[in-house]
Design a protein around this ligand. Structure first.
Ligand code: UT7
Length: 331
């Protein structure tokens, strides 16, 4: 009997309509379009502005689109995993709220917190569920309302992030397409460089934590940049090497969209020309867990069955990883 792999068989996404451009940010903090574009590659991001809307309001339409595209009954979904660092609430899990919203009443769900690598960590978890033979339809959604934890008076972080969600469906396959290998890493040394200080058990919310702005993202950009360049490039190169692949075998690199310079360094290390690299950071900024599936969604019509694709991420924690996917369908 041939081995069961977990294949991505559908993609859905949702980006809010409101755009926050570099020109808008110039009016809010001491920055300029040229600095932002040169240092990050970002021109604009999307923001979920409506009051009372949360990460599940990004994830829900992304999952609904995926279900619609495949004409699926939500009751047939076994599991929904949501990668996020901006859950609607600390508990219950945002995955449960999305399941309820889309009518996936037979699915169990949980959230994965691995920051910008969250999608890869959740995808690898979902893959194991499928490979084990226990589940047949698993949805992995990366969703983040980053605007809920961005301090729009801090020019070092507010220019970077945007809101979005994107989801993939995993199903069993026996034709050797699907998620073929994953290399995931984490190192707690990162906890002091990129984090949200308060709101957890270490520093529960209080008047003091709010006044000290400790519920926003804090990032020490330069060290994170250095770790990210090395981490994402190393892990991608290692993934290729252990599967006897070279840049020539790869149709697409799908990098986490944190900074164009980190993306370029990873592509160079893998020996890939720019035409093989999915880049949409200019339109959406860093949407944390959503960046990678959002790229797959945008490029879906160009992907061909059998294409070798490498997904690569680096994020807070630190967390990082790379995943080898053989694309399973022509759309
Ligand atoms: O996705 C999760 C993982 N995160 C990442 O991968 C992000 C990694 N880090 C980065 O991408 C970069 O470090 C940043 C884009 C965040 C910053 O770029 P940088 O080239 O490392 O800039 P910097 O922090 O070294 O700052 C250079 C200068 C500083 O001024 P001085 O000290 O040289 O006078 C900053 O104060 O640029 C200043 N600066 C700004 N100027 C205009 C910082 N932010 C801004 C801004 N506009 N928005």
């Amino acid at each position: 009997m041939s081995k069961i792999t977990a294949a991505i068989t559908a993609v859905g996404a949702y980006v809010p309509e409101t755009k926050l451009t570099n020109a808008d940010l110039e009016k809010m903090v001491d920055t300029n379009d040229e600095w932002i574009k040169t240092r990050t590659g970002i021109s604009e991001r999307r923001i979920l502005r409506e009051p009372g809307k949360a990460t599940s309001d990004l994830g829900t339409p992304a999952v609904l689109e995926l279900l619609r595209k495949r004409n699926l009954d939500p009751k047939d979904i076994d599991c929904i995993i949501c990668a996020t660092v901006t859950p609607d609430m600390l508990f219950p899990a945002t995955a449960n709220i999305i399941s309820h919203n889309v009518g996936a009443s037979n699915a169990f769900g949980f959230d994965v917190n691995a920051a910008c690598s969250g999608f890869l960590f959740a995808l690898t978890t979902g893959t194991s569920f499928i490979e084990s033979g226990r589940y047949k339809k698993v949805i992995v959604v990366g969703a983040d309302k980053m605007s809920s934890i961005v301090d729009y008076t801090d020019r070092t972080t507010c220019i970077l992030f945007g809101d979005a969600a994107a989801a993939v469906l995993l199903e069993p396959s026996t034709d050797e397409n699907g998620i073929l290998d994953s290399l995931l890493k984490s190192d707690g040394v990162g906890k002091n460089y990129l984090y949200q200080k308060a709101g957890g058990s270490l520093n529960p919310a209080s008047v003091e934590t709010v006044l000290a702005k400790q519920h926003f993202i804090y990032q020490d950009g330069q060290p994170v940049f250095k770790f990210a360049v090395k981490g994402m490039a190393d892990v991608s190169a290692e993934l290729l090497e252990r599967n006897n692949l070279t840049g020539d075998d790869i149709a697409w690199l799908v990098p986490h969209q944190a900074n164009l310079r980190i993306i370029d360094a990873t592509a160079n290390r893998m020996g890939l020309p720019k035409e093989k690299v999915m880049i949409n950071i200019q339109k959406y900024g860093n949407t944390t867990a959503a960046t990678i599936p959002l790229c797959l969604w945008e490029w879906e019509s160009q992907l061909k069955k059998g294409d070798n694709i490498v997904l690569a991420a680096f994020g807070g924690g630190f967390t990082w990883g790379a995943t080898w996917v053989k694309w399973a369908y022509n759309s």
